[in-house]
Design a protein around this ligand. Structure first.
Ligand SMILES: *Cc1c(COP(=O)(O)O)cnc(C)c1O
Length: 224
């Protein structure tokens, strides 16, 4: 069991260039699996539910970097604010404001990505380019001292490779445009999170520098 997990992990890791960050998406998966990957050198894990994220963080090593990748409700920000290292899923100014407030209370600055809706599917959360530009400009003001917008995140549709590729390319274009704004600090705004188990090689070819890979490493998730 453990060996299969490590084999899958090594296989994925071999496919990912050194300058692309791998977030191992451990949602629904047990502590033991995370420990096994941690021992194999993986330090960055992603979860999509606040309760699961905090429960796991509590019992696992302190030097794990926890990424929140799922839709985040404002009333739950306080639970992850003390320790989360990157929030991929900022989809409103109100949410960013709450993250800023909770970060301040914890004497922290929290790194965030703006989630862009590229899939065209109504079920997916996210901003359009204009909304993202507005939030990005506001985030540079004194009102938001405790958050840093590090870049963008997006999820492609479950579709043909050609469609997925087009969506990733579109997101890369938005990323480049926002990065090119005079007010944007390129040293800070430098993360583009796109690509999951089914499409991370395409995402990397389109310029992704963070991939979020779950089932290809941990095996299929079983929801009961
Ligand atoms: C679950 C999830 C992933 C990983 O999905 P896999 O297809 O298992 O790799 C990536 N990103 C987000 C936002 C997710 O919720």
């Amino acid at each position: 069991m453990d060996n299969e997990l490590l084999e899958r992990f090594e296989k994925v890791r071999e496919e990912i260039p050194d300058d692309v960050m791998l977030v191992a998406v451990s949602k629904t998966k047990p502590i033991e699996d995370i420990k096994a990957l941690y021992k194999a050198g993986q330090k960055v894990f992603g979860e999509n539910k606040v309760q699961e994220l905090t429960a796991k963080a509590e019992v696992l090593p302190d030097d794990i970097e926890w990424h929140m990748i799922g839709h985040l409700q404002r009333n739950k920000v306080k639970y992850i604010a003390p320790f989360v290292s990157l929030i991929h899923s900022v989809d409103s100014e109100r949410l960013l404001k709450e993250i800023d407030k909770r970060a301040a209370q914890n004497n922290r600055t929290i790194d965030c990505l703006l989630q862009i809706d590229i899939s065209g599917e109504e079920t997916k959360f996210g901003l359009d380019e204009k909304e993202a530009a507005t939030i990005l400009s506001k985030a540079l003001t004194d009102e938001f001292k405790h958050v840093r917008i590090r870049g963008l995140m997006g999820m492609a549709a479950h579709a043909d490779e050609a469609i997925v590729k087009k969506q990733f390319k579109d997101l890369k274009t938005v990323y480049d445009q926002l990065r090119g704004l005079e007010t944007t600090d390129k040293q800070v705004f430098n993360l583009l999170s796109m690509g999951m188990s089914n499409d991370y090689p395409i995402a990397i070819s389109c310029g992704s520098n963070i991939v979020r890979v779950g089932s290809k490493i941990f095996g299929e998730r079983v929801y009961v």
